[in-house]
Design a protein around this ligand. Structure first.
Ligand code: SAM
Length: 295
């Protein structure tokens, strides 16, 4: 198809919006992509080919969905806004390999839907220009529910992408970096200016690729315990890990008791959480867990 007839162009997007008297809902994070080149680059860098299955979250009027339909074997899209369903029926009518579900991704049984739609053993990629107001819950849902995907490639707010990909000893490193890096290897592949969206968001965006690890980065005795303890260590970023932990465990352990566990796992009590690697956090959580469970 000629590029200027594609949905991800300013003129076609304007036309679809006008014909359907569609108005954008800010509360649903509706910023539609109007640049086909960016989408093609994104799809090429993921390595999507005619054997691939793709899950898309929030197809909007179908800008990204159309490109995915052209390159992949089949596309399963979840859209919460009922007003977009008849529009998508029309804009994607030439693509028989797309199935749009009217579902909130946070409520959906994604694994069940995948089993129903994709071929057995088909590699499945998650690709989305995410609604920015719920980036973290969506990413954590896909990771925690162990959705069987090869990778997640998402366009999100640049600051959030930087927090997810951050390494220790940086301002951005925190419990979100650790939660996502536990399951995946993150890489920012593109910075995207507001001008490629309609309407334009106030912030810059980034394309973040999360490649699933075969097994989690570190061994932990209990995952929820580990993630909560990490959050506790970052509760007040300017305080030492010793002080944050003393506060976190204040009803259970004295500051001295926590000091001995820190010594055992070779973390200096004066360190701040932002200087502690994921491996060291795992040692710390496992040592505290064993202390609590007398094992
Ligand atoms: N993919 C389109 C594009 O790139 O032009 C639209 C992206 S727009 C940033 C986000 C889309 O997600 C909107 O269509 C919005 O209605 C949809 N959305 C918002 N919250 C959702 C949710 N909880 N579940 C599924 N879709 C959602």
């Amino acid at each position: 198809m000629e590029k200027n007839k594609m949905i991800a162009t300013p003129s076609k997007t304007r036309e679809i919006i006008k014909e359907n008297q569609f108005y954008f809902k800010k509360s649903l994070g509706q910023n539609f992509i109007i640049d086909t080149n960016i989408l093609e680059n994104m799809i090429e860098s993921i390595g999507i080919d005619a054997s691939a299955g793709v899950i898309e979250i929030g197809p909007g009027i179908g800008a990204l969905t159309e490109q995915l339909a052209i390159h992949a074997d089949r596309v399963l899209a979840f859209e919460i806004d009922h007003r977009l369903l008849p529009i998508l029926d029309e804009t994607l009518k030439e693509y028989s390999n797309v199935n749009v579900l009217h579902e909130d991704i946070l409520q959906a049984d994604v694994v069940q839907r995948m089993t129903e739609f994709f071929k057995a053993d088909q590699p499945v990629y998650v690709v989305a220009n995410l609604p920015y107001y719920i980036t973290t819950p969506i990413v954590m849902k896909l990771l925690e529910e162990d959705v069987p995907f090869q990778s997640i490639t998402i366009m999100i707010q640049k600051e959030v992408a930087e927090r997810i990909a951050a390494q220790p000893n940086s301002k951005q490193y925190g419990s979100l970096s650790i939660a996502v890096q536990y399951y995946t290897k993150p890489e920012i592949s593109m910075i995207v200016p507001p001008s490629v969206f309609m309407p334009q968001p106030k912030v810059h965006s980034a394309v973040l690729e999360l490649t699933k690890r075969e097994k989690p980065l570190v061994h932990v005795c209990d995952e929820p315990y580990f993630f909560e303890l990490v959050r506790g260590c970052f509760a007040q970023r300017r305080k030492t890990v010793h002080n944050n932990l003393a506060n976190y465990f204040k009803k259970k352990y004295s500051k001295d008791e926590i000091g001995s566990v820190l010594e055992e796992v070779e973390i200096a009590p004066s360190q701040r959480a932002e200087s502690i690697s994921i491996e060291k956090f795992a040692d710390l959580a496992n040592a505290m867990y064993k202390k609590e469970h007398n094992s």
